[in-house]
Write a protein that binds this ligand. Structure first.
Ligand code: ZN
Length: 297
């Protein structure tokens, strides 16, 4: 085994820490609820301080974040609506405590890297990892690398058509109301139907509406970023039949506009489920840490 690496995914709900070099070579792993920043960052630090020595640490955090190494707020969670976490210097604090090189990105970019390296995106240079759970987020790899651009994509907050005659629900995004996440995340389903989404039966109207909203958002991703594969995961996607429904609806919305056999005949190879489950983010963080070490020589 080569030098050990650390990875941490701080998600909106769960924090996952691991030490190792890949999915089959993890020597330690711990998962706990993401609480307030002081306690959470201290607990992450404790995990790595107690474990075997790591050569570098990758951090994938819920966002929005500042991933720009040249910025004075590099490694911060910035404008998040999550209470207490605004302007939190998560990566700088971990670097100071553990005294190792730290590489930082958002949680969905990290998950995209993990699925690209070891999961459903193996060999696909341009891919999108989309998660539909408590919120909606997407990581984008272009040429095998996480895309940042201006800040980083915040796909969950794009606008999709909202037919208020069909769905008068105002949406739950604290910033935008009826953005994509506001209409289609798990929390939106729960509030709109006043039920735990897991308890809504398969034939419930919730799922036809959810299919439409997810397909509309995915349509925009396909048209803007042109990924070669879309990996769609998260708690909401555990609903049996939802992925299959998206595979039917997306080509209908595209209506033959993009001419490629992947969309026309092999959509089941284009819209796919993740393979790393809830370890995609933490494994991607480990991969990023390894890449950063390699780049340093
Ligand atoms: Zn929003």
């Amino acid at each position: 085994m080569s030098e050990l690496l650390g990875g941490v995914e701080t998600g909106g709900t769960w924090c996952v820490c691991a030490i190792g070099t890949g999915p089959d070579e993890l020597v330690a792993r711990e998962q706990f609820r993401t609480s307030e920043p002081e306690e959470t960052i201290a607990r992450i630090g404790d995990f790595f301080a107690a474990g075997p020595r790591i050569a570098a640490l990758g951090v994938g955090s819920f966002g929005p974040v500042d991933p720009d190494p040249e910025s004075s707020t590099w490694g911060y969670v910035t404008t998040t609506p999550k209470p207490g976490w605004q302007q939190t210097p998560i990566a700088p604090r971990l670097r100071a405590r553990l005294d190792v090189p730290v590489v930082f990105d958002n949680d969905v970019n990290a998950a995209a890297v993990g699925e690209h390296r070891w999961g459903a995106g193996d060999g696909i240079a341009s891919l999108c990892y989309l998660t539909v759970g408590t919120g909606i987020g997407a990581g984008l790899l272009i040429g095998g690398r996480p895309w940042h651009g201006l800040v980083h994509p915040e796909v969950g907050h794009i606008r999709i058509p909202h037919d208020r005659a069909r769905d008068p629900f105002d949406g739950i995004c604290p910033v935008h109301g009826d953005c994509w996440e506001g209409l289609a995340a798990g929390g939106a389903i729960a509030q709109r139907w006043e039920a735990d989404p897991r308890e809504l039966p398969d034939g419930h109207a919730a799922w036809e509406l959810e299919t439409e909203y997810l397909a509309l958002g995915i349509l925009s991703i396909v048209l803007v970023a042109s990924p070669e594969r879309l990996i769609v995961g998260g708690g909401v996607m555990e609903r049996a039949g939802l992925l299959a429904a998206l595979r039917r609806r997306l080509p209908e919305l595209l209506d033959g506009y993009l001419q490629t056999p992947l969309l026309a005949e092999r959509i089941d190879e284009y819209l796919v489920a993740p393979q790393l489950g809830d370890s995609a983010g933490v494994l991607g963080a480990i991969a990023l840490a390894g890449d950063a070490l390699t780049a340093r020589g």
